[in-house]
Design a protein around this ligand. Structure first.
Ligand SMILES: C[S@@+](CC[C@H](N)C(=O)[O-])C[C@H]1O[C@@H](n2cnc3c(N)ncnc32)[C@H](O)[C@@H]1O
Length: 311
């Protein structure tokens, strides 16, 4: 059974190497809809009527800045902890599923250009759906997945080593083109959290892994950029998740950053609130850093939740 549904009529949607097609079975006129695979290897499943702006999600500029910053390894401790926790969750899940011959399907929502997603692909799932509303982000992710031979149409059924298959999709978290109850887990790394939509696509006892900035995250940067600094309220969203999910674990990770002017500029560009700072404050901070590295602390929190039995 296909994991995907048509974003226009919700009929089953079949992946292929060139064009994905729905079977139109749920369309009033039985119309089948085609979705072409882009040459970079992604599929756009965000119909124009679901777009709230011309270019939704992160811009090319912020994606490039994030890519440079993350590739330099500044948030490696967070990436390591995410992967360690996912490996533990998936190992336990596999042991349970062994008898049933079911596959492990994971959704990384708001995957961006895929720094965390590519690491997650090594934690033991069968299928990894990398979804973001930003087309430039998904283009980047598809290009790197293709270079690594991880795209769904690059995998061969008779291959001796079974690797994780990646499906890069342009889509909105609010209208996920995924069959109900088809996902083993969902990750949202600094990305939107939609309790009802996540609940609908997760299977029984499905996992939700959320990463967020914690209190005092990049505090010295925020103090330099703004007259008054509002603290990150890390766990407010847990109340909204409570009808569907129980919190299993909370983990904290911190890392000291010593940044050059270029690295700080990238960090400000990839961080939405810093990007909104007054231009004179940004320039003053960058001028200061031209003389000596900028010191700050990144503080993150990871929540692991599980869908409750009643759902
Ligand atoms: C802060 S970035 C995080 C990207 C990536 N997870 C990371 O940590 O490197 C948030 C991402 O969520 C995406 N996004 C925002 N609203 C979205 C929505 N409604 N559906 C899907 N993705 C969305 C943005 O385009 C952006 O790539």
């Amino acid at each position: 059974m296909s994991l995907f549904i048509c974003p226009l009529c919700q009929s089953p949607l079949q992946p292929a190497a060139d064009t994905w097609r729905c079977d139109g079975s749920l369309h009033p006129k039985q119309t089948a809809h085609p979705f072409d695979v882009a040459r970079q290897g992604y599929v756009n499943l965000l119909p124009v009527q679901q777009k709230k702006s011309k270019a939704p999600g992160d811009s090319q500029q912020s994606i490039e800045a994030r890519k440079r910053f993350l590739q330099a390894g500044h948030y490696q401790p967070l990436n390591d902890l995410i992967c360690q926790k996912m490996t533990m969750l998936l190992t336990a899940k596999k042991a349970k599923l062994n008898q049933k011959d079911q596959s492990i399907n994971w959704l990384d929502i708001g995957c961006g250009e895929g720094y965390y997603t590519q690491a997650m692909a090594q934690t033991g799932m069968d299928t990894l759906i990398a979804a973001d509303i930003s087309k430039p982000a998904v283009v980047e992710l598809a290009k790197s997945s293709k270079a690594l031979g991880r795209l769904w149409y690059q995998q061969y059924k008779d291959s001796a080593t079974k690797a994780t298959t990646i499906y890069p999709l342009v889509t909105s978290a609010a209208n996920l083109p995924l069959r109900a109850h088809s996902m083993t887990g969902i990750s949202s790394i600094f990305s939107p959290i939609l309790p009802e939509a996540f609940n609908a696509v997760l299977g029984d006892e499905g996992y939700l892994l959320i990463a967020k900035p914690d209190r005092r995250h990049l505090a010295t940067m925020r103090e330099a950029l703004f007259d008054s600094v509002r603290e990150h309220d890390s766990d407010k969203f847990l109340d909204e998740l409570a009808p569907y999910f129980q919190l299993l674990e909370t983990h904290y990770v911190s890392t000291h950053l010593s940044l050059s002017a270029e690295e700080l500029a990238d960090l400000m560009t990839m961080t939405p609130y810093a990007y909104r700072a007054r231009s004179d404050k940004r320039q003053a901070l960058l001028a200061e850093v031209a003389i000596k590295p900028f010191e700050t602390e990144a503080n993150f929190v990871i929540y692991i939740l599980q869908k409750t039995a009643a759902q």
